[in-house]
Design a protein around this ligand. Structure first.
Ligand code: PMP
Length: 394
């Protein structure tokens, strides 16, 4: 039987990481993998996480199962973090999942159970795992225009034209903030137009929010999700704690649904629990518990917010410095978009050949579509990257 298996496409990002590790050059620069790194290239455990782990070790007396949807306190804390008081809590169902990826997977399965004929619309481009999961689950998908290659901003007219053609009952997958892979985001006036469009077509928004706190701050980054959830009858939300709590390997995420009425919530809640049961039974608890402890304790929460804010401001400073350096070298403002983009990524807008030259000639690694991880830079490597970009004719 096992000989019947056929090879699956290799993950391009993981392949690139491997190439980077094998590169003997000491001055190589990794802008590929999507994890936060500080100026020395480390991905530290956040202070509040360390402290919560210490406390947890002292107070935890059992490792017995939690609940199928995870500890309800985690659900409450995360609904509060993502949605604030944008929608009445009695309309929101929530279930802990293994990471944001788990939430997306469960979300796609939920959509399949509710409307197997739905088409799921994805931004072009999007995080490659979106289409990969949707295809694997067996749902139809389509793309809406998103990135404008000329301005490196959002092709908003194209996006609106495509969203106008979405059918009632279809699903539109939107990045809540810090779009991956482009870094280009909608402003709030544009989000309001997206809401109008969804209202007109009767499509259901599915929001993936994996970088809350990495863009314009914890509250500002949640503003779009809150606007959508409070304006439309139904919303599905997949959130990840991997980045903003720095707990990638703990696999901490959550799937939330906002039902039209409180009366519909129990069905949504029991379906989320059912889906967890089928796929992995009880969700991982360690990361979720740390997140809950931090969000519930004022001192831990303040410390976490301060550290996260420093991470965010550090990435913004790198963006400003890189845009400034490129302006100096090119004598033009054509790289100003780098300072406008938000989150960990920016799509530079280089061709695959130019990306390959950056790797071969300069030891600079970015994804083939020219997505770079801004957090992979520091003050010393920015001038090196800027010069390489100009030398490569980008
Ligand atoms: N959505 C997007 C857009 C992402 O970039 C990521 C992480 N790369 C995720 C979801 C999920 O992350 P995780 O499963 O590690 O929580």
């Amino acid at each position: 039987m096992l000989t019947n298996l056929t090879p699956q496409p290799a993950d391009k990002i993981l392949q690139l990481m491997q190439k980077f590790r094998e590169d003997p050059r000491t001055d190589k620069i990794d802008l590929g993998v999507g994890i936060y790194k500080d100026a020395s290239g480390n991905t530290p455990v956040m202070r509040a996480i360390k402290e919560a782990e210490k406390r947890l070790w002292e107070v935890e007396t059992t490792k017995k199962y939690t609940a199928l949807a995870g500890d309800p306190a985690y659900g409450d804390a995360m609904v509060d973090l993502v949605l604030g008081d944008a929608v009445p809590r009695d309309r929101v169902a929530a279930a802990a999942t293994p990471g944001g990826t788990g939430a997306i997977r469960q979300g796609v399965e939920l959509i399949k159970m509710a409307n197997p004929d739905a088409t799921i619309w994805l931004s072009n481009p999007t995080w490659p795992n979106h289409p990969s999961i949707i295809k694997y689950v067996g749902m139809k998908m389509a793309e809406y225009r998103y990135f404008d290659d000329a301005t490196r901003g959002v092709d908003f007219d194209g996006m609106m034209a495509d969203l106008a053609g979405v059918k009632a009952g279809d699903v539109v997958l939107l990045h809540g903030c810090c779009h991956n892979p482009t870094g280009a985001n909608l402003n709030m006036a544009q989000w309001a137009e997206v809401v109008d469009s969804l209202q007109k077509t009767g499509a259901v928004p599915f929001i993936d929010i994996a970088y809350q706190g990495f863009g314009d701050g914890l509250e500002d980054d949640a503003a779009a999700v809150r606007l959508v959830a409070s304006s439309l009858p139904e919303t599905i939300i997949a959130a990840s704690c991997s980045k903003n709590f720095g707990i990638y390997r703990e696999r901490t995420g959550i799937l939330m649904t906002v039902s039209q009425e409180a009366g519909n919530k129990p069905l949504a809640q029991s379906t989320l629990a059912f889906l967890n049961r089928q796929n992995f039974s009880f969700p991982p608890d360690h990361g979720a518990r740390l997140v809950t402890m931090i969000l519930q304790d004022k001192v831990l929460r303040d410390d976490w917010m301060e550290e996260l804010e420093n991470v965010r401001l550090g990435m913004l400073a790198l963006r400003t410095q890189l845009a400034g350096e490129l302006q100096r070298l090119s004598g033009s403002d054509r790289f100003g978009f780098l300072a406008q983009h938000r989150g960990m990524f920016s799509r530079l807008g280089a061709t695959p050949e130019q990306v390959e030259r950056l790797r071969a000639e300069h030891g600079i690694y970015m994804i083939g579509d020219s997505r770079m991880n801004i957090a992979g830079l520091n003050e010393a490597t920015i001038p090196v990257l800027a010069k390489a970009i100009i030398d490569t004719g980008i």
